[in-house]
Design a protein around this ligand. Structure first.
Ligand SMILES: Nc1ncnc2c1ncn2[C@@H]1O[C@H](COP(=O)(O)OP(=O)(O)OP(=O)(O)O)[C@@H](O)[C@H]1O
Length: 651
């Protein structure tokens, strides 16, 4: 419990007694006053509660730590009006601000006043006009700045080049003009200025950035692009300042540039050669697509040795009649005139993986694993024997390309023994494909509720405890790596826990909420079945703890929360109540655990302790519910038995 709650022991009535907390609430209410259409979205911002109780936020979109407000995450709310920076100035602990995906417009607000800010996310709004050159002067702590997909004009402010800690800078999809400032920050690694109207040399510090981060501009030149800067571009004389000019020392020099006549000739040659090559590729693709379509129309199986297996393309079409088949992904794109090089291209998020492309997947023998709420999952075995799972997601069409790429990159950076790593993805407006490694032991759900045999015996107590510990560790990692998300997993349930060959659990389908269409998310994602969402229409940092509690009770009792998976149904509280009542009157532990679950054994005592933790995680009242840290600490203390046998958890 956070210090504020422990100090007060009464969350609501005391906070007016504490000047600091009162000041925070007043500051936010003042901020809210500046907004125009905030009535519904910020309904929880009112005087009946304090914004924070410990680490828990009573007000939507407020990020709390120990009772202090360290961030605001007001995303996808349709907000307009004024961003009252002076009101935010009254929040001394504020470090992060996100207004992504709203409708704010007008000039860039005076964020320079918030000198301690570490991250600022304003993407996908309607801000416009020039940003003053010194707009970021004094923001020495700023690490992440996202201004993409607005309508900013004028020069990229030179004060950005003076931010010592800047590591992520996203300016794509605006109308910035002129030269890039001479960025020199060595840690500036995630930069994107594509689709502006920038020109001139790319600063030397950015030569290792991907060339696509500069595409769609008027006339940028120099590395990492292929276009060599002309001498006039290397020594431009911009009206604004010399600090805008990258040092010419490491960009190509005059000697590198051929004379004008030769270079014009060369450019003409290159254009012709590229044109011919492009035409040839398009013709080949059309032939290829036609031949594949004919094959699939004939329904010829690619492999007769698999009872349920066929090519992924055929599997997809068999299973999703009426939907776009993966085979068509590349063909349709070509009709729309997308560059040939982009066709069938999977984006890989990890460097340690061997690359394959969509065509390899389509050629692979494939098997339908199942059909979930979002679409179907296929197991595909590539020619080199590598088994992967391709998941099709259809309910993510409100998310923009850049936002999707950004989210995938974030997921790609996650590394933990209890998280199923994302391998690659494919973006298309109507449908997304996510590729993961195939996990051999299947899902926890199938082990708990499927038929048991000699090959698949029931899970014993040590195995179940190991699974609970692994799941808890995976959740902690997600929460600590993605602190800006209110719900880090959001879809925790037994079919989304896979078991590897040593029964180590791997969480999957995590962090989908920012991508899934809002209306579908509320129908499908487990987080939206929590009591806090049912009662107050909001999720919290403890929502994943609720799902963990349900999972613990399911693992201990072997009882399947039937309503849990059904689309559109909510409240699981009655399921929890029935389990608790059963426990009071009889032994509820799954008999599949055999002698371990017998009355009075040391193991049964440990099971009881875990049961209590599960119930404490399922408290409907969020205030009374354990937070993740507390839950994990208690889970880690559990042993296979009271006789101190430590679980061999392979982590
Ligand atoms: N990487 C994987 N390795 C092995 N089995 C997998 C893998 N990914 C998914 N599965 C299995 O494929 C089946 C379908 O999974 P899918 O995620 O499509 O649906 P779900 O988990 O049942 O529901 P939801 O769409 O709500 O998550 C499930 O039984 C799941 O356990």
């Amino acid at each position: 419990m956070g210090k504020y709650v422990t100090d007060c022991l009464c969350a609501n009535s005391c906070y007016y007694g504490r000047g600091e907390k009162r000041r925070d609430a007043d500051a936010l209410l003042k901020f809210k006053d500046g907004l125009s259409n905030n009535v519904d979205a910020l309904g929880s911002w009112n005087n009946s509660t304090s914004p924070c109780s410990g680490n828990y936020a009573n007000w939507i979109g407020v990020l709390c730590t120990d009772g202090d407000i360290w961030g605001l995450q007001l995303e996808n709310m349709g907000l307009t009006g004024d961003i009252d920076v002076d009101a935010l100035l009254l929040l001394p602990h504020l470090r992060t601000l996100s207004f992504t995906n709203n409708k704010f417009d007008g000039d860039f607000p005076d964020f320079y006043k918030l000198g301690a800010l570490k991250s600022l996310f304003l993407s996908n709004n309607q801000f416009s006009g020039s940003i003053p050159d010194n707009a970021f002067a004094g923001m020495a702590s700023l690490k992440k700045l996202y201004l993409s997909h607005n309508a900013f004009q004028g020069n990229v402010p030179t004060s950005l080049a003076q931010l010592p800690k800047l590591i992520e800078l996203r300016l794509e999809g605006n109308q910035f003009t002129g030269l890039l400032p001479n960025f020199q920050q060595k840690d500036l690694r995630d930069v994107n200025v594509s689709y502006n109207q920038l020109e001139g040399p790319i600063p030397p510090a950015l030569i290792n950035v991907s060339p696509t981060s500069f595409s769609g501009n008027k006339d940028l030149c120099g590395k990492p692009l292929d276009s060599v800067c002309k001498s006039s571009e290397l020594n431009p004389n911009p009206p604004n300042s010399s600090s805008n000019v990258p040092s010419p020392s490491s960009v190509p020099t005059l000697e590198d540039a051929p004379n004008k006549k030769t270079s014009t000739l060369k450019i003409a040659m290159i254009v012709i050669v590229c044109g011919v090559a492009l035409a040839a590729i398009i013709v080949l693709l059309i032939i290829y697509c036609r031949s594949r379509n004919q094959t699939s129309q004939l329904g010829r199986p690619e492999s007769s040795s698999y009872k349920h297996s066929t090519s992924l393309a055929a599997a997809a079409s068999l299973h999703t009649a009426g939907l776009v088949k993966p085979t068509e992904l590349s063909c349709r794109s070509s009709k729309k005139g997308v560059a040939a090089a982009e066709l069938g291209k999977l984006s890989f998020v990890r460097d340690d993986r061997e690359r394959f492309d969509l065509q390899d997947l389509l050629r692979a023998s494939a098997e339908v694993l199942g059909s979930g709420n979002f679409g179907s999952s296929y197991k595909a075995v590539l020619l080199d024997g590598q088994a992967v799972v391709v998941k099709r997601f259809k309910l993510m069409n409100n998310v923009g390309r850049e936002e999707f790429h950004e989210h995938m990159r974030r997921l790609g950076r996650l590394r933990h023994p209890n998280l199923l790593p994302l391998v690659a993805y494919y973006y298309r407006k109507e449908e997304k494909l996510l590729v993961f490694d195939f996990v051999h032991n299947g899902s926890l759900a199938s082990h708990l509720h499927g038929n048991h045999s000699v090959e698949q015996p029931g899970l014993d107590w040590p195995a179940r405890l190991k699974i609970v510990k692994g799941v808890a560790r995976g959740l902690v990692h997600l929460q600590s790596e993605l602190p800006s998300l209110i719900v880090a997993h959001g879809h925790l349930k037994s079919s989304n826990v896979l078991l590897n060959e040593v029964f180590e659990p791997l969480l999957m389908d995590y962090t989908l909420a920012p991508l899934v269409n809002q209306e579908h998310a509320q129908q499908i994602l487990v987080a939206y079945k929590s009591p806090e969402y049912a009662q107050h229409g909001r999720t919290t940092k403890k929502t994943d703890v609720w799902s963990l509690g349900i999972l613990i009770l399911e693992i201990l009792t072997g009882k399947f929360p039937a309503n849990y998976l059904a689309q559109g149904t909510g409240n699981l509280a009655s399921w929890v109540d029935s389990i608790v009542k059963d426990q009071e009157t009889a032994r509820v532990f799954d008999e599949e655990m055999g002698s371990y679950a017998k009355n009075g054994t040391a193991e049964e005592e440990e099971m009881l302790r875990l049961f209590k933790i599960g119930v404490a995680c399922c408290q409907e009242d969020v205030e009374k519910r354990l937070d993740l840290k507390e839950a994990v600490e208690k889970i880690e203390e559990l042993k296979e038995s009271h006789s101190d046998i430590v679980v061999d958890d392979h982590v």
